[in-house]
Design a protein around this ligand. Structure first.
Ligand code: SAH
Length: 249
C-alpha cells in the first residue's frame, strides 16, 4: 500500500456489490474528504474496506458535490482473520479511552468489552465516536478487520455471564501475580481475555470477586505500576507475540 493510497471504510457488504458488478455511493463525509481534501477526479483509484469481507480496489466513475460513485474493480485482500483475544477495560479519561481503542485495532483484538468498575473514571462511553476511531485506525494501519465493541456493563454482570472456557488474564499491579509470559506459556492456545483496571485500580471487593473465579488468572506486567493504557498496549503486544499474529503458532 503506497503512502497516499486512500483507504475508506464502508458499512456495506462489498463482496456482494463486487459480484453483482454494482456501483457504490460514498457517504457525505467521505464525499467531502474526497472532493475537498484529496481533490479526487473521475478515474482516480481508492481502496474500500467493509470489515466483513476484505479490501477492494475501486475507481471513481461519477463525482459531483452531491454524490461520488465508485466501481469495485478488484478484491485486494481477503478479510484477515483476527487472533482470538478479547479486552476488558474500565473506561478512563476520554482521550486515553480513545487511545486504547485505536491501539487495539492496530495490535489486533477481536472483541472489546468496556466494563464499569468501582473506581471507573468515566462511567459512560460514546459508542458512535469509538466506532469511528476504530474505522480511522483500520484505514490507517491496513487492517481489514474491526473489533466488535460491546456495550458498557458492570464487571460483576460480565463475570456472572462469562463463558468459563475463556480465561481472563487479570492484570494486577500488586507484584503478586505470575509474570504474564509464564501464564501465557501455560495456557497455550486457550481462548483468552485481558482485563485492565482504571487509574485507581480495582477495589478490594472486586479483587476478591475476581480471585474467586476459576477462569481468572492474576498476571503481572513487571515491577512498575503502568498507566492503564500502557498496560493494555503491553499486555496485548505480549499476547500477540506469544499466542497471536506475531508468534509462529
Ligand atoms: N491502583 C494503582 C494504579 C492502577 S494502574 C495505583 O494507583 O497505585 C491501572 C491498571 O493497569 C491496573 O488496574 C492494572 O490492571 C494495570 N496495571 C498497571 N501496572 C501493572 C503491572 N505492573 N502489572 C499488571 N497490571 C498492571
Amino acid at each position: 500500500m503506497s503512502k497516499n493510497t486512500i483507504r475508506l471504510y464502508c458499512d456495506t457488504n462489498l463482496r456482494e456489490l463486487f459480484e453483482a458488478r454494482d456501483e457504490y455511493a460514498l457517504t457525505r463525509e467521505q464525499l467531502h474528504y474526497l472532493i475537498d481534501v484529496m481533490r479526487c477526479k473521475v478515474g482516480d483509484s481508492l481502496h474500500l474496506l467493509d470489515g466483513k469481507t476484505g479490501e477492494y480496489e475501486c475507481k471513481i466513475i461519477f463525482i459531483s458535490r452531491k454524490e461520488v460513485r465508485v466501481r469495485i474493480c478488484n478484491l485486494l485482500k481477503i478479510l484477515n482473520s483476527q487472533a482470538d483475544l478479547w479486552l476488558l477495560f474500565a473506561p478512563i479519561k476520554k482521550a486515553k479511552t480513545e487511545l486504547i481503542i485505536e491501539k487495539c485495532v492496530e495490535l489486533g483484538v477481536k472483541k472489546i468489552l468496556p466494563v464499569i468498575t468501582d473506581f471507573t473514571n468515566l462511567p459512560k462511553i460514546n459508542k458512535h465516536r469509538l466506532k469511528s476511531i476504530m474505522i480511522s485506525s483500520a484505514q490507517q494501519c491496513g487492517s481489514t478487520w474491526l473489533p466488535e465493541l460491546g456495550t458498557l456493563q458492570g464487571l460483576k454482570e460480565v463475570l456472572q455471564s462469562w463463558d468459563s472456557k475463556r480465561q481472563i488474564l487479570f492484570c494486577d499491579e500488586k507484584l503478586e501475580g505470575t509474570q504474564i509470559n509464564m501464564v501465557l506459556q501455560s495456557l497455550q492456545s486457550k481462548p483468552m481475555a485481558i482485563l485492565v483496571g482504571p487509574e485507581g485500580g480495582f477495589s478490594k471487593k472486586e479483587f476478591d470477586l475476581l480471585m474467586s473465579q476459576e477462569f481468572v488468572r492474576r498476571v503481572s506486567l513487571g515491577p512498575q505500576i503502568l498507566r492503564a493504557e500502557t498496560a493494555v498496549i503491553a499486555s496485548v503486544s505480549i499476547w500477540q507475540s506469544m499466542c497471536g499474529y506475531w508468534s509462529d503458532k
